[in-house]
Design a protein around this ligand. Structure first.
Ligand SMILES: [Zn+2]
Length: 316
């Protein structure tokens, strides 16, 4: 009887151990491999300590961006690219929109990479999954207007993180954003699944694309000489805005009285015009003028007209 009791106690104890074991360790089956759980870092991380973009104020001068995805891109890459576009659309609350191009696209996406090029790329220290950038951008002094972007996707299909990360990273390069030192940022040079599109990038996109899409002409250099009843002058006018300035007129006046008017036609963004004019006749009633003013105006609306006038005093 005593033996039976002891056996029962031992059996109960073993059952207890088994129950404990099942409770706490039942999911630890031998042979199961564990992959680290990726925890998404918060989006309010800083991606950049200094400047965010390759050049300050890089932007397209329109908010509907057109694209072409070449048929060298397999279905998965095509879908990821479309997803990257829609993420940027959603993050900017529709301020920026992407549309398939009917003509020359703003962004050309290709997956075609010659073997030679790929081999030279893979010799670098880490695997490059893609490339993206502004292929053509025009400096206006104040802005860099992106005219053409290109995205090249050549990561293999077997790459572990099969989401839109590479596509969005390259798309942000096209928008002028450079690499980040923060490994949790989408713009870190090496792509990881747990990287986030940080708020500082979105804030900068919102700031840039809320700017008015306008021209901004201003007078850079001017010098003038009065000799007898004539004035000679040199003047340089530039367009630092992001739109072309149409039909520019330059008025030479003195204390609100016009002396002469000059037509300069159009000045495209990033461009300028220099005028050298000799022997502008001063009206007889204004011969004792002590200052002259140059005022430039355009038919196009401008970001600012405060910088369109310069007044020079005549020194004798
Ligand atoms: Zn990159």
């Amino acid at each position: 009887m005593r033996l039976f009791k002891t056996l029962l106690m031992i059996l109960t104890f073993l059952l207890f151990l088994l129950a404990i074991n099942m409770l706490f360790f039942s999911y630890l089956k031998p042979g199961t491999s564990f992959s680290p759980v990726s925890i998404e870092p918060p989006r309010n991380i800083t991606s950049y300590n200094g400047s965010l973009q390759f050049y300050p104020n890089m932007l397209f001068n329109h908010k509907i961006i057109t694209y072409t995805i070449e048929n060298t891109c397999e279905k998965a890459k095509y879908n990821n690219m479309i997803q990257a576009f829609s993420i940027l659309e959603n993050e900017t609350s529709g301020l920026i929109k992407f549309q398939p191009a009917s003509r020359e696209p703003d962004i050309f996406v290709t997956c075609n990479q010659s073997v030679q090029e790929l081999e030279s790329k893979q010799k670098s220290s880490y695997f490059i999954a893609g490339e993206g950038g502004a292929e053509r951008a025009v400096s206006t002094g104040e802005f860099w207007v992106i005219e053409k972007g290109k995205i090249l996707l050549y990561y293999p299909r077997t790459k572990e993180c099969l989401t839109y990360h590479v596509e969005l990273h390259e798309l942000l390069h096209v928008f002028g954003f450079k690499h980040s030192d923060n490994r949790y940022s989408m713009m870190y040079p090496v792509s990881e699944c747990n990287q986030v599109l940080s708020d500082d990038i979105i804030r900068e996109i919102l700031r840039l694309y809320n700017l008015p899409e306008l021209a901004d002409i201003y007078i850079t250099n001017v010098s003038a000489v009065k000799h007898g009843i004539y004035i000679d002058f040199d003047i340089e006018i530039k367009n630092q805005g992001i739109e072309n300035a149409r039909n520019i007129t330059l008025i030479l006046s003195s204390r609100n009285k016009a002396i002469d008017t000059f037509e300069l036609k159009d000045i495209n963004y990033g461009e300028g015009k220099i005028m050298n004019v000799e022997n502008v006749r001063i009206p007889i009633t204004m011969l004792n003028l002590d200052e002259i003013t140059f005022s430039a105006s355009s038919e196009s609306e401008e970001m600012s007209t405060d910088n369109n006038n310069i007044t020079l005093s005549i020194q004798s």
